[in-house]
Design a protein around this ligand. Structure first.
Ligand SMILES: [Zn+2]
Length: 434
């Protein structure tokens, strides 16, 4: 498996379906079938049409079976649909901001957070509002070289550069837009794609979609096997599943999974969302057939009869469902979202605000440096709050700051502070820094 990074050199427009209001929309990631189409077109420009051996067999291996092109994302792929968040912001006292129903014995989520009583609701993928913008233009009459009357249209497109903002929201510069994902298949074969030049993605080939591509090594995809032998995996791309009669269904069959994994496998729970995928076929200018899919983020809990024997690597390499070599049915790393840095900071601030003057009073002596606690003492106390073995060290530092007059008392005060719950210790230290 290789990681593929695509950097936009021009804005890009990647449509998946038509809208009735005439706006030509774009998705905010690069679907696997767009990657495959773009690389196949660049390959044909470089090597010529794959009409006879040996170029034909190389082309077929690359684009019609062996190699699988995953979707590319600007950040993380969509979170597993089994993961839920607080309906509103979580409280500082909450043990966790997120809850994964796939971690529960019954695969059900509790109705509410045990700490604050808020409802758990599904996590929805966020869009960066600045990654896309709408551009309105007119069609130009090819003989008169003026705007054609009544031919005004708008398209939404991905920006090739993204604004960087400082803490106060002011523009501090620009970064190029990059998208990363995985390409699965024989490594030498995949590496041969790295030399392709003039790769373009999406519609509007002359003024849009020029990209540079780079391949790099990447580690094996991490799945999650619970202690009770249940495998949990989530899709990083849409997938197409059908039942024995060919009707759309929302999960792979037990037969498909058992065959690939090499042991009996049973889907015991699925968290899925339906969608359709269509789009334009650029070469012919016609709409593509619309497919019923389950979305990226769809998550499956699968009971394995013999977990140590299950071939997880084969499952990742092959993917699930139909039309896999076209970019459907990719399995991603199973990641539990953690609290974002901003959330942790906001929680710490509101906890610091909850510290009363009475809580603070015994420790104001630690403000040795111009009315605030010295940074090394603050660090030592925070470290000791997390690790009991560091309490003596923090107390010794307080003793040095207190010196001959109050050193012994201040060392005692440090121990007294560190006897409080860690969250409270951190909140008091934060107040002493203000
Ligand atoms: Zn809560």
């Amino acid at each position: 498996m290789k990681a593929l990074t695509v950097t936009l050199r021009q804005p890009a427009q990647l449509s998946t379906s038509l809208r009735s209001d005439g706006l030509i929309d774009t998705v905010s990631h690069v679907p696997g079938w767009v990657v495959r189409g773009a690389l196949a077109a660049a390959w044909i420009r470089t090597h010529g049409a794959p009409e006879r051996a040996p170029t034909r067999s190389t082309f077929l291996r690359l684009f019609e079976g062996e190699v699988r092109f995953g979707p590319l994302y600007a950040g993380a792929p969509p979170s597993p649909l089994s993961v839920h968040r607080h309906k509103y912001a979580s409280e500082p006292a909450c043990t966790t901001a997120y809850l994964d129903a796939a971690a529960s014995g019954t695969f059900e989520k509790p109705a509410a957070c045990a700490d604050c009583g808020q409802e758990w609701v599904p996590l929805r993928p966020g869009h960066s509002p600045e990654a896309r913008h709408v551009r309105t233009s007119v069609a130009i009459d090819s003989t008169k070289h003026t705007a054609k009357p009544g031919q005004l249209f708008s398209r939404r497109r991905l920006r090739s550069t993204l604004p960087i903002r400082d803490d106060s929201g002011r523009l501090a510069g620009h970064a190029v837009a990059t998208f990363t994902g995985e390409v699965t298949g024989d490594e030498a074969l995949v590496d041969s794609l790295a030399t392709l030049q003039r790769v373009r993605i999406g519609g509007r080939k002359t003024s849009h979609g020029a990209v540079t591509i780079a391949f790099s090594d990447t580690g094996a995809t991490q799945l999650w096997v619970r202690d009770d032998g249940v495998l949990v995996f989530a899709l990083s791309s849409p997938a197409i599943f059908v039942d024995a009669e060919g009707r759309p269904t929302n999960a792979p069959t037990d037969g498909e999974l058992s065959r690939v994994l090499g042991c009996d496998a049973t889907v015991v729970k699925a968290w899925t969302r339906w969608d359709t995928v269509g789009g334009w076929h650029g070469a012919s200018g016609l709409p593509k057939p619309t497919e019923t899919v389950v979305t990226a983020g769809s998550t499956y809990a699968v009971r394995l009869a013999d977990p140590p024997r299950a071939n997880l690597a084969a499952l990742v390499a092959q993917g699930v469902g139909l039309r896999r070599h076209e970019g459907f049915g990719h399995i991603g790393h199973y990641l539990m979202p953690t609290r974002s840095a901003a959330e942790v900071e906001a929680a710490a601030e509101s906890l610091a605000a909850s510290v009363t003057e009475d809580d603070l009073l015994p420790f104001v002596a630690f403000r040795y440096a111009q009315g605030v606690i010295p940074a090394d003492l603050a660090d030592a106390i925070r470290a000791a709050a997390a690790d009991d073995s560091l309490v003596a060290e923090a107390a010794a530092l307080a003793r040095r700051y207190g010196g001959a007059f109050t050193g012994a008392r201040d060392a005692k005060k440090a121990e007294q502070l560190l006897a409080l719950p860690p969250a409270k210790v951190n909140a008091i230290v934060t107040r002493l820094e203000q």
